[in-house]
Design a protein around this ligand. Structure first.
Ligand SMILES: Cc1ncc(COP(=O)(O)O)c(C=O)c1O
Length: 408
């Protein structure tokens, strides 16, 4: 039969393998620095495809924006989802607020805060860094000094530097200094949003970013950004050509503000984010902050009681991702592998640092997950010859979950 093409010229299909052969029989418990476990409601929503335009989607977007505004603590309506990881939302902030001739001060304490500088260089902005490579936060005085020397149009910073577990303690204070000096503020709240306080309007952020797969406990690949109304007015007045098409905030607003086509929206990811945000709103932020604090502090106490050392001192330790030192000479990859093999629990290594990291974001902060990850870590370490008191660690974890010892 003549099908209108030459069968012999078509390259043969590859040998295929069903996904079930590749995935572990029992899903791993994701206790690393993200992605994190998702709730059943989020998982169900992620399996649904509807038309990305039309009344049903309009209602989803309307709800999502209101709920995201609550998460960000903003009255701004310039909130949009981005089809891409948190880095894509960060790229959207950078490319809409920076271009050649604009000056940006980048506070770099690790991989992610540094990435904003790389992106700013990419769009041709003039980039200066305040950099710390000693796993300590950049503080308000350092920023004040920098503004005495030079004027900047934008400042970028991260609330929680996931790569090493450092918290920008002076986050709100630094935003205030930047604003007083006439700079706009881009804040990466990717791992922190809804795990600890962040008040976008009160603190004066002009662009705040979050990824789905961290504090929000949604799926990776769809992130959410909020611009302040002031930043929006500035973007609307832009006269320099926007190099990006997908990340053009004004084009994106067609979909997120006016229910019109920009590009085909990532429907399941948006539905998943809707459900994740709904659960956050139902829980309420105060309850959620408290759950994260109690959970992370109890885990930290358990780790120390077992005999391991935490990498970051308490005064600037990030609770959303806990960085742990292993004794000298221990291969952390082997410990992590044993945790997977013996307990189906996965935690993270680090970029260039000899630490392991346990996430405390969203669904990770549940008692059953804490007990499992701590036991898995302790037992894997003991298996590799590290003398730890696992029972003591478990007992201290339990005690701290019952009667939390929290900072003043
Ligand atoms: C603080 C922070 N910023 C940005 C990112 C980048 O997120 P994504 O990998 O979704 O682009 C991450 C991811 O780990 C992060 O933890």
């Amino acid at each position: 039969m003549n099908y209108g093409f030459n069968q012999d010229s078509i390259i043969k299909p590859p040998v295929t393998e069903p996904l079930s052969n590749i995935l572990p029989n029992e899903p791993l418990l994701l206790m690393g620095a993200g992605p994190v476990p998702i709730s059943h409601a989020v998982s169900r929503a992620n399996g649904v495809v509807i038309n990305h335009l039309g009344e049903t989607m309009d209602q989803v977007i309307k709800n999502l924006k209101v709920m995201a505004a609550y998460a960000y603590q903003t009255k701004s309506t310039k909130i949009m989802g981005v089809s891409g990881p948190a880095s894509a939302s960060i790229e959207m902030a950078i490319t809409n607020l920076l271009w050649p001739g604009r000056r940006v001060l980048v506070l770099k304490v690790g991989t992610f805060s540094g990435r904003m500088g790389e992106m700013a260089e990419g769009v041709g902005a003039e980039v200066d860094y305040i950099e710390r490579s000693d796993a300590r936060p950049i503080n308000a005085e350092m920023v004040e000094e920098a503004f005495k020397k030079k004027k900047y149009d934008v400042l970028t910073m991260v609330q929680g530097e996931t790569s090493c577990g450092v918290k920008t303690v002076d986050f709100a204070e630094i935003a205030r200094i930047a604003k007083e000096n006439g700079a706009m503020v881009i804040g990466d709240t990717v791992c922190t949003l809804t795990t600890m306080p962040m008040e976008m309007d009160q603190w004066g952020l002009d662009a705040a970013i979050s990824g789905g797969q961290k504090g929000l406990s949604s799926i990776p690949g769809v992130s959410v950004i909020a611009f302040s109304e002031d930043a929006w007015k500035f973007i609307e007045k832009r006269s320099v050509r926007q190099p990006h098409w997908c990340f053009d905030a004004l084009r994106s607003q067609k979909f997120w503000g006016h229910q019109q086509y920009h590009y085909t929206a990532p429907v399941p990811g948006i539905l998943a984010l809707h459900e994740a945000l709904r659960q956050i709103c139902d829980e309420t932020l105060p309850e959620r902050f408290q759950r994260h604090l109690v959970s992370s502090k109890a885990l930290q106490a358990g780790i120390e009681a077992m005999g391991l050392e935490l990498f970051i001192p308490e005064s600037y330790r990030l609770n959303s991702v806990v960085a742990i030192k292993l004794p000298d000479g221990v291969d952390s990859a082997k410990i992590r592998k044993s945790m997977v093999d013996m307990f189906h629990v996965e935690i993270s290594g680090a970029f260039g640092l000899d630490i392991v990291r346990i996430g405390q974001m969203g669904e990770q902060c549940r008692a059953h997950n804490l007990f499992r990850v701590l036991y898995a870590l302790g037992t894997a370490c003991v298996t590799h010859g590290i003398p730890l008191d696992v029972s003591n660690g478990m007992a201290i974890l339990e005690k701290n979950l019952q009667q939390p010892i929290l900072p003043n």
